[in-house]
Design a protein around this ligand. Structure first.
Ligand SMILES: [Zn+2]
Length: 119
């Protein structure tokens, strides 16, 4: 038979485990959000650099096609990285993100609650 004291200890341990798990999730979520925001900053920076280069090429009548292609590929890679981070964030929050409109649906939803796309 489990006494009142033992029961209290078991409950306290369970609560501590639960809080520990939630804290871990919160820390992980914060890290992912920071990483996603860093990638957003990188994307903005790459766009800025791309704009500067195109402007310079226009002024100097030089060809920047190759450079634009490289920058576009770098930006695309950052978008992929950002999408992966967003996906992880949604997973951790137990939400399903719609591929069409990005609405965050509850895990049990089969269709997007906003636009009706199959999830
Ligand atoms: Zn949708």
């Amino acid at each position: 038979m489990v006494g009142v004291f033992e029961e209290a200890v078991i409950n306290a341990k369970g609560a501590a485990d639960y809080v520990g798990k939630k804290t871990g999730e919160f820390v992980e979520l914060s890290k992912l959000r920071i990483a996603a925001s860093e990638v957003e900053k990188k994307i903005d920076y790459e766009y800025l650099e791309l704009g500067k280069m195109v402007y310079k090429a226009a002024k100097e009548h030089t060809d920047c096609t190759e450079y634009v292609g490289e920058k576009a590929a770098a930006i695309d890679a950052l978008f992929v990285e950002h999408a992966e981070l967003s996906h992880k964030i949604s997973d951790l929050r137990n939400l399903k993100k719609c591929s069409q409109c990005a609405y965050e649906n509850p895990q049990e939803a089969d269709y997007c609650l906003k636009c009706g796309t199959k999830l």
